[in-house]
Design a protein around this ligand. Structure first.
Ligand code: NAP
Ligand code: MG
Length: 498
């Protein structure tokens, strides 16, 4: 394709676009059509080591550039992303499959993050505080960590990269980034934009390749001081263990089993829209996708009927077509995993109301399409009510009370997002207090994070860190406490206090 640099993408290391020696590469496939778009190289440990060296060298100088000047580059990047928004969105739909409207939303999220984090160039607030001693000054400042490693998934190939790389860069770090092999085009494009906007060489490095080679080499690289990872629980746990042994800071954002609670006083039209958008948008391949609905038994039949009607109206196909609402699943193994869960649900006794199959007729034959699926009479102990499916599959779980719904919400191993539809203000405030998730929505679905708030979850969803918002800065900075004694004599804290 003409707008892509070569048949095989190149790594971006030390400001240069480098081919890898072995030439090993795999195709990047459009999940809507099964066509190959471009190839992505499979780098080795050597390229990781080159990138870490380049980053280390660049970081020393970058850290000395005043933060407002570092931020100037982010303003330019945001502006460029704005100018190129449509082009980037089309490419994103081609590599990832999400429908064009959602792709535009994802690129917008990156633009928002650029301007927001650029603003941090004039904040990066620390604290000043009184000293317990006379003629002594105390303050805390944020210091860059050094070289940071970023490992990102395929489902938000540009937004998540901006959540991590923008705060890292404005705070004075250099970055080594390994994007998901499924979706390398957004990484290529973002690196190119940074290059065009004048980022000094080596501050951002992109190394393409598999998690097991490139990702592991990053985790083992001594000079990478922080790993920021978004992806599956299984991989996150492995990374946590390896970083733990090395005393390396690690921020993990992982899966979810997100639920919508529909109470008997809910606006059901609104609830249906909220569920539809958060369950079947991005074909359910969002970490915040709604995958369970705890519905009050009094409105269960009504909700089932309305949801089925609404699902029947969803158009499924190639997301480049503006009329399409649900795009493909990322790859064949994703499709099969989803189908496997449908079979498990049936075997466990859940009632399948609609969907449940891989779409293999007509135009759907070419891509990886799964029919939007709705189960009902699901109980909280069924696997489909507990495990992340990462596809367009919703389980309705009937409940008798608000308390039961909250208990079921909190019974899973994950804690990313939850939502409640109700008009009762007491339930609203009780829910926001008692739902054990990092994100809670009231009268909206489980998705729709805004970039200036912290993003992440409790329990198995993460390890206590957050992406985006000011919280992201905590991942990419070290707190440094600074004491200046201007008394001209030895003053001992806790001892010479009176
Ligand atoms: P994944 O398989 O865990 O992959 C995520 C990234 O990790 C990819 O770049 C992958 O590389 C890399 N990787 C794989 N094995 C590795 C290893 N041993 N060491 C280091 N890196 C390794 O996840 P995915 O299937 O791409 O993404 C879907 C998952 O992400 C879902 O579970 C979803 O819930 C989660 N997610 C969470 C959030 C959140 O913020 N909470 C947001 C989006 C997605 P390759 O694939 O290129 O080999
Ligand atoms: Mg693909």
């Amino acid at each position: 394709m003409s707008h892509i640099q070569t048949e095989t993408l190149r790594n971006f290391i030390g400001g240069k676009w480098e081919e890898i020696k072995s030439g090993a590469a795999v195709p990047v496939v459009n999940p809507a059509t099964s066509e190959t778009i471009v190839h992505v190289p499979l780098s080795t440990r050597k390229e990781v080591s080159d990138a870490v060296k380049a980053a280390k060298k660049a970081q020393r100088k970058w850290a000395l550039v005043p933060a407002p000047q570092r931020a100037e580059i982010l303003y330019k990047v945001g502006q460029r992303m704005k100018e190129e928004k449509e082009r980037l969105s089309q490419l994103l739909t081609m590599e990832n499959g999400k429908v064009i409207e959602e792709a535009r939303g994802e690129v917008q999220e990156g633009i928002d993050m650029a301007f927001y984090m650029a603003g941090e160039g004039r904040r990066l607030f620390g604290q000043t505080t009184p000293s317990e001693l006379k003629d002594k000054f105390a303050m805390s400042v944020r210091a860059p960590v050094g070289v940071v490693g970023i490992i990102t998934p395929w489902n938000f190939p540009i937004a998540i990269a901006t959540w991590k790389s923008f705060p890292a860069i404005v705070a004075g770090n250099a970055v080594v980034w390994k994007p998901a092999t499924e979706t390398p085009i957004m990484a290529f494009e973002l690196a190119r934009i940074f290059e065009d906007c004048g980022l000094p060489e080596g501050v951002l490095n992109v190394v393409f390749g598999s998690g097991s080679t490139v990702g592991e080499a990053m985790i083992e690289a001594e000079d990478i001081r922080v790993i920021s990872f978004t992806g599956s629980n299984q991989v996150g746990r492995t990374i946590a263990g390896k970083c733990g042994e090395r005393l390396k800071k690690v921020s993990l954002e992982m899966g979810g089993k997100n639920a919508v609670i529909v109470m008997d006083d809910a606006d059901l039209d609104l609830a249906v829209e909220g569920i539809l958008w958060s369950a079947y948008g991005t074909s359910g391949q969002r970490c915040t996708a709604c995958s369970r609905v705890m519905v009050h038994e009094k409105v269960k039949n009504e909700l089932e009927e309305r949801l089925q009607k609404a699902i029947a109206r969803l158009s499924i196909g190639n997301g480049l077509d503006e009329s399409i609402k649900v795009g493909p699943i990322i790859n064949r193994s994703g499709l099969e995993k989803i189908k496997g869960y449908v079979d498990v649900g049936k075997a466990e006794g859940a009632k399948l109301l609609t969907g449940g199959y891989i779409m293999e007729n007509g135009s759907h034959k070419k891509g990886n399409y799964f029919a939007p699926t709705l189960f009902t009479d699901v109980t909280k102990d069924m696997r489909i009510a507990k495990e992340e499916i990462f596809g367009p599959v919703v389980s309705l779980i009937p409940v008798q009370s608000f308390e039961e719904a909250v208990d079921i919400n909190n019974s899973v191993e994950y804690g990313l997002s939850s939502s409640i539809f109700t008009k009762d203000v007491n339930k609203v405030f009780t829910a926001q207090r008692d739902l054990d998730t990092g994100i809670v929505y009231v009268n909206a679905g489980t998705t729709g994070a805004e970039i200036h708030l912290p993003f992440g979850g409790t329990k198995g969803t993460g390890n206590g860190h957050r992406d985006s918002g000011v919280a992201a800065l905590d991942v990419f900075t070290e707190w440094k406490a600074v004491y200046v004694d201007f008394s001209g004599k030895l003053q001992r804290a806790q001892i010479d206090v009176d």
